[in-house]
Design a protein around this ligand. Structure first.
Ligand SMILES: O=C[C@H](O)[C@H](O)COP(=O)(O)O
Length: 151
């Protein structure tokens, strides 16, 4: 799969770490890094997160990992992009359910909330989950996407 990544300067170190891990993962064909690339770049999280989420909406990326201070701003921004379902998650169960229940394509994390080793482990787990369109959860997600299309 193709995975987009992005971060503001609060999340750049963790994003770079996760990008390297994703790059070395055999399940990932390509990592699209939307920046920032170092902490001297002070572009705000919505610019970076929206650009990455748009690549998911356009089908250029299958998924995205977005990092800011808390993960909240990136999550709010990404969810404004039509067709994108983003979640902030810092625990294994939420990461799993974000895919299996909610078909989220975007995972956001807060570099000021989670340590790098746990973040790496959760991203590894996240890649292993895939949504089952024949599951009971599919109709619930469809309710959201239908609403989005109608409004
Ligand atoms: O959600 C926003 C992020 O945590 C960001 O990195 C920091 O935003 P702030 O500077 O507005 O607190």
């Amino acid at each position: 799969m193709t995975v987009a990544v992005a971060a503001d300067n609060a999340g750049v170190d963790l994003k770079n770490l996760l990008a390297r891990q994703l790059d070395g993962d055999p399940r990932v064909g390509e990592v699209l890094d939307h920046g920032v690339h170092d902490a001297s770049d002070d572009r705000a999280y919505p610019r970076l997160g929206l650009a990455a989420a748009e690549t998911v909406a356009r089908g250029e990326a299958d998924r995205a990992v977005l990092v800011c201070g808390t993960g909240i701003g990136m999550c709010v921004a990404a969810n404004k992009v039509e067709g994108v379902r983003a979640t902030v998650a810092h625990d294994s169960y939420s990461v799993e359910r974000s895919v299996l229940s909610n078909n989220c394509q975007v995972l956001t994390m807060g570099a000021r909330v989670i340590g790098p080793e746990l973040a790496k482990r959760l991203v590894d787990e996240w890649l292993g989950h895939s949504f089952d369109p024949s599951s009971a959860s599919a109709g619930k997600v469809a309710h959201i996407t239908d609403y989005e299309r109608r409004h």
